[in-house]
Design a protein around this ligand. Structure first.
Ligand code: IPE
Ligand code: IPE
Ligand code: MG
Length: 253
C-alpha cells in the first residue's frame, strides 16, 4: 500500500472536524425510545406515550438551532416496528398523519427544511403525498434541516443501495471498480447530508436498533436513562455538552 495524504473518512461530507474541547455537533440524530414505558409507568395506554413523545419532538426541534445544530434526524418508525401489534402500528400511523397535517405549516414558518429517510413507499398514498408536499414546500429553508426516519432501517437502506448499484452495473453504467464509499453515500437515503456527529438514545437502552449504521461510523454515542416523552431542551444541551468533551480521532492519533 502506498503512503498518500490522509484520506477523508467521510467522502463527500467535508473534512471531519478536528477534536476540540467544546466542539459542537453539526448533525444530531436521536433514537427516540421509551414512549411505551413512559405510558406504562402511568398506567396509560401506549398511544398516550407516543402522543407525549410528539411534544418532546416539538421541544427538540425548537431547541436544536439555539444549540448550533444544523441537521436533526429523528428515528420515528423503524422498518422493524411493523412487527408491533396492529393496533399500535395503526395508532402510530394516525399520529404521523396528524403530525404532518398540523405541524408542517409552522415548521415551514420557522425555517425548517424537511427530509425523509427510509422506504416511504410502504405508506399509504395520502401519507406519501403529504411527505412529498412537505419536502417540496420547505426545500428552500435554511434554519434547520429536520430529517424524519420513517420505515427506516440501515439494513433495508443498504439493500436498496446495493440493488440500485447492481442494476447500474448490469446496465453497464457503473463499473464495479468505480464502487467506493463516495458512490455508496451518493445512493444512501441521506445523500448530501453530513454524517451524524452525535447519536443520542433515550430510555437507557444501549443499541443502534438498525439506525444509520453506515452514517454513524464515527458518531459519538450518548445514552440517557430519560424516557423520550421527558426529553427537553436541557436534555439536548446535556448531550451536546457531553459531545464537547469527547476526543474524536477518526482512527488517527
Ligand atoms: C419509541 O418508544 C417509539 C417508537 C419506537 C415508535 P417505544 O414505543 O419503543 O417505547 P418502549 O421502548 O416500549 O418503552
Ligand atoms: C428504535 O426503537 C426505533 C425507534 C425509536 C423508531 P425500538 O424500541 O423499536 O428498538 P428496540 O426494539 O428496543 O431495539
Ligand atoms: Mg422501544
Amino acid at each position: 500500500m502506498s503512503l498518500r495524504a490522509a484520506p477523508k473518512i467521510t467522502p463527500g461530507h467535508g473534512t471531519p472536524r478536528a477534536a476540540a474541547a467544546g466542539a459542537m455537533p453539526r448533525h444530531v440524530a436521536i433514537i427516540m425510545d421509551g414512549n411505551g414505558r413512559w405510558a406504562k409507568a402511568r398506567h396509560l395506554p401506549r398511544i398516550m406515550g407516543h402522543r407525549k413523545g410528539v411534544e418532546a419532538v416539538r421541544r427538540t426541534i425548537e431547541a436544536a438551532p439555539d444549540l448550533g445544530i444544523e441537521v436533526l434526524t429523528l428515528y420515528a418508525f423503524s422498518s422493524e416496528n411493523w412487527r408491533r401489534p396492529a393496533d399500535e402500528v395503526s395508532d402510530l400511523m394516525g399520529l404521523l398523519r396528524l403530525y404532518l397535517q398540523t405541524e408542517i405549516a409552522e415548521l415551514h414558518a420557522n425555517g425548517v427544511r424537511m427530509r425523509f429517510i427510509g422506504d416511504t413507499t410502504a405508506f399509504s398514498t395520502d401519507v406519501i403525498a403529504m411527505l412529498e408536499k412537505a419536502a417540496a414546500l420547505t426545500a428552500g429553508n435554511t434554519r434547520l434541516t429536520l430529517v424524519l426516519a420513517l420505515n427506516y432501517g440501515a439494513h433495508d437502506e443498504l439493500v436498496r443501495v446495493t440493488r440500485a448499484m447492481a442494476v447500474e452495473v448490469a446496465a453497464g453504467t457503473l463499473a464495479p471498480s468505480a464502487i467506493d464509499a463516495t458512490e455508496i453515500e451518493a445512493r444512501l437515503d441521506t445523500a448530501g447530508l453530513p454524517p451524524p456527529d452525535l447519536v443520542i438514545r433515550t430510555s437507557g437502552e444501549q443499541r443502534l436498533s438498525n439506525f444509520l449504521m453506515w452514517q454513524a461510523a464515527y458518531a459519538e454515542l450518548v445514552f440517557t436513562d430519560e424516557l423520550w416523552p421527558d426529553f427537553d431542551k436541557a436534555s439536548l444541551a446535556r448531550a451536546v455538552a457531553a459531545f464537547g468533551q469527547r476526543d474524536r480521532r477518526y482512527g488517527g492519533r
